[in-house]
Design a protein around this ligand. Structure first.
Ligand SMILES: NC(=O)c1ccc[n+]([C@@H]2O[C@H](COP(=O)([O-])OP(=O)(O)OC[C@H]3O[C@@H](n4cnc5c(N)ncnc54)[C@H](OP(=O)(O)O)[C@@H]3O)[C@@H](O)[C@H]2O)c1
Length: 274
């Protein structure tokens, strides 16, 4: 499905690798002009060159920025203004999360993850959302996770940031209903990316590919869905179904089950790799 993306300028955060890279490639394939944002300039420039070779079309723009830095989002907005770039689709994908027992893991990466997953996302949404509403068109996709639907022992702060993204996005979608600006949350399950790189944690073996998740998210956005559970058919059904017990069972029970699952994934004994 390519409808809805030709002529669109999309800002993809966290585009240097993993799911963000797949979003950028899929958007370019569907005819969008992409603005690639992350901290790794070399990877972004390599991706921009790859997009130019593969898809022709409008050149990809590169913005090198740290969205977890206090002035990161403001610098991005200044850069967009200086280059006269107007965003039609904001794809808030950049996100990090540590695994392991909360008290046994260093504090600093967890604070940086909260700053990126929450502060960076709401700052970009606030500024770019206002521009979209003033133009009466465009939209925002916020990448959350199936981790958003329940407390996750051994991913405690990460899951809490994704619960924030879920709640924030649902509320904003309702506030902007009727403005012409579409807001959608995407809740992937495990994806085969380098999300856990640098630690002993591993991604669930049933993980979807980034390309599958990206394509399905963009299909759902083009269909003006309020929510996307992107992935291949089987994981879409399973991931959606797995959000239901957490809505009806007592929270203590849900936390205990989620903790048992993450212990089976050995997330209670995660260590950093040298
Ligand atoms: N992988 C999964 O199983 C999974 C499941 C559900 C949801 N998700 C969500 O999917 C999104 C993408 O995750 P992923 O698996 O693709 O992770 P990833 O492979 O680790 O990629 C993370 C991206 O975020 C960028 N990033 C990290 N810190 C940043 C910062 N301070 N400022 C700007 N960009 C930053 C990284 O680029 P630089 O390092 O170059 O800055 C990279 O491009 C996240 O929101 C994640 O929570 C992932």
């Amino acid at each position: 499905m390519g409808e809805g993306y030709r002529g669109v300028t999309a800002l993809v955060t966290g585009a240097s690798k993993g799911l963000g890279r797949a979003y950028a490639l899929e958007l370019a394939r569907r005819g969008a002009r992409v603005i690639l944002l992350a901290r790794s300039e070399g990877d972004l420039r390599e991706l921009a060159a790859h997009i130019r070779e593969q898809h022709g079309g409008p050149d990809a723009e590169v913005i090198v920025a740290d969205l977890a830095a206090p002035d990161g989002p403001e610098r991005v907005l200044r850069e967009l203004r200086d280059r006269d770039l107007s965003v039609d689709l904001l794809l808030n994908n950049a996100g990090t999360g540590s695994a392991g027992p909360f008290l046994g893991r260093p504090l600093e990466p967890q604070l940086r993850s909260v700053a990126l997953n929450v502060d960076g996302l709401i700052a970009l949404t606030h500024a770019i959302g206002a521009e979209l509403v003033s133009r009466g068109r465009g939209g925002i996709i916020n990448v959350s996770s199936t981790a958003a639907f329940q407390p996750m022992p051994y991913q405690a702060s990460y899951a809490a940031t994704k619960a924030f993204v879920l709640s924030f996005t649902e509320a904003l979608a309702e506030e902007l209903r009727g403005t012409g600006v579409h807001v959608m949350a995407a809740h992937p399950g495990p994806i085969a990316t380098g999300f856990f790189d640098g630690t002993s944690a591993t991604i669930n073996p049933v993980a979807d590919t980034p390309a599958t998740v990206a394509a399905r998210t963009l299909d759902d956005y083009a269909r003006r869905r309020a929510v996307s559970y992107p992935g291949r058919a089987v994981t879409r059904a399973v991931n959606r179904a797995l959000t239901w017990p957490a809505r009806v069972l007592p929270r203590t029970v849900v936390a205990r089950v989620a903790g048992a699952f993450n212990r089976r994934m050995r997330l209670h004994e995660v260590v950093d790799l040298a």
